[in-house]
Design a protein around this ligand. Structure first.
Ligand code: GSH
Length: 202
């Protein structure tokens, strides 16, 4: 099997996940700025023109970073990054979705609506980016309140895929200068905890 990869946030989620699992796979690095995901050949692998894509040995193509992580979780269950047992699995799913929809998509929209790279990919509305910048600040404040219970990771005591998604969100927030305000102690401590993991640089 192989993973179509690039130097970008969603492929990085898969790289971090694999690093946390202690796994390695064959990778095909694609040149995003050169338009490599928009060629007719690549669009046969992912009609949305996005990486990551996991291609299995039987030719099955799996897109969506979360689905790819789930595949690796199933074939290499330890450590369990999607949780164990009904309660923990549900909490991790909940937090993974919250981090992706509330945080990663908010800061991602700032990039999408301002970076030249995206100008040929969507109709950019700079005012929407401005609004999302304000929203990002509100989301950080919301998350700081949620994490004021002192839990070390997004979904509780254990590092999980929700933290992997957060590692992508934190990095994107830094690219777009919408990072967590320094006066929010709980999220700041959590982000530092994530940044100190070896997988941060995967
Ligand atoms: N929801 C998808 C998003 C994938 C995505 O947006 N990938 C970006 C990189 S972070 C991409 O490949 N962009 C290439 C392009 O737009 O041409 C996932 O989680 O995998």
């Amino acid at each position: 099997m192989k993973v179509y990869n690039a130097d970008a946030p969603n492929p990085r989620r898969v790289r971090i996940f694999l690093a946390e699992k202690g796994l390695d796979t064959d990778r095909v690095d694609v040149d995003l700025s050169g338009g490599a995901t928009r060629t007719p050949e690549f669009l046969k692998r992912n009609s949305l023109g996005h990486v990551p894509v996991l291609e299995l040995d039987d030719g099955t193509l799996i897109t969506e970073s979360n689905a790819i992580c789930r595949y690796f979780e199933e074939i290499h269950p330890d450590p369990p990054l999607f949780g164990a047992g009904a309660r923990q699995k549900a909490l991790i799913e909940m937090w993974n979705r919250r981090i992706e929809f509330e945080l990663l998509m908010t800061v991602g929209a700032i990039a999408q609506h301002t970076f030249p790279f995206f100008s040929t990919r969507l109709r950019q509305v700079p005012a929407f980016a401005d609004a999302q910048r304000e929203t990002a600040r509100e989301k950080w404040i919301w998350l700081d309140g949620e994490m004021s219970d002192g839990r070390p990771y997004a979904a509780g005591d254990e590092f999980s895929v929700a933290d992997v998604t957060a590692m992508a969100a934190i990095q994107v927030s830094e690219f777009v200068d919408a990072q967590c305000p320094a006066d929010l102690p709980h999220v700041t401590a959590w982000a530092d905890r994530l940044r100190s993991r070896p997988s941060w640089s995967a």
